[in-house]
Design a protein around this ligand. Sequence first.
Ligand code: R5P
Length: 295
Amino acid sequence: MIVVSGSASNHLGFLVAKELSCKQLTTEVRMFPDGERYIRFAERIDGEDVVVIQSLYKNPDSLITEYGFMVRTLLEFGARRILGVFPYLAYLRQDQRFKDGEVVSSKVVSWMIETFDTSEVFVVDPHLHRLAGLKELFNIPAHNISAMPNLAHYAKEMLNATNPIIVAPDEEASQWAYKVASELNAEFKVAEKKRMGDNDVIIHLGDISPAGKDILLVDDMVSTGGTLATISKNLKLLGARRIIALVTHGLFAEGSYERLQDAGVDYIVTSDSVPNPYALVTVAPLIADAIRQEL
Ligand code: R5P
């Protein structure tokens, strides 16, 4: 087996290769001045299974193209099977036609991945909301890997979160918050969120009583920071002791760090599915385990 990293996941690819005790193929990727992409594999492969790791952030359209260029060429060079690893799979929030005429992007992206001839996919904490599982999206074997138990352990061991309340900012996030609550055997609450625009949400805390408590706020991703900032302000106003945000995918759109700090978030911990300054928990061993189990 051999590991190939797309340009969005070089470091994670290195860690996964290390975990699997296999080689990471040397690749050269660069952009031409007109925005076209140049890719060259500097070494040969020989009838091996190839793990191709590519997070689809920050330019998902360009990065999925890079993935396709790599996969097609690796197959041409004799790869036996392609195991596609998406630490962050973009476009999953557009999982239905909300308005007439919209593209259901998640369906097209999964079709592209299959059409390139990926044999199996591995996705870290996919944003599955209206879909029951990755099987509704893919016709090839698809594996869901969760960073949540590891984020929970980090909060417990490194941040000494004591007797915390685990809070999901909305119903969608309850699937991830539930995993953290089960791991820590802690109280679990779900708030209610209404999105008013890309940057604007309203959150009702319902029966959450945060006074004097450590709160572990759990979500699959942070983008503008609007969701976590809004709920943090509400929780702090009601006397929460510390707010620790546990998030798998730290996308951090411009201005989001400041927004979270201003809202009183005490700690942010993310996985390294997308490189960012708060990526304190690596998903490399989880990805390696999932691949090992499949082989
Ligand atoms: C919502 O569907 C997701 O689970 C996240 O809550 C959301 O994408 C976070 O976005 P933002 O940081 O922009 O509020």
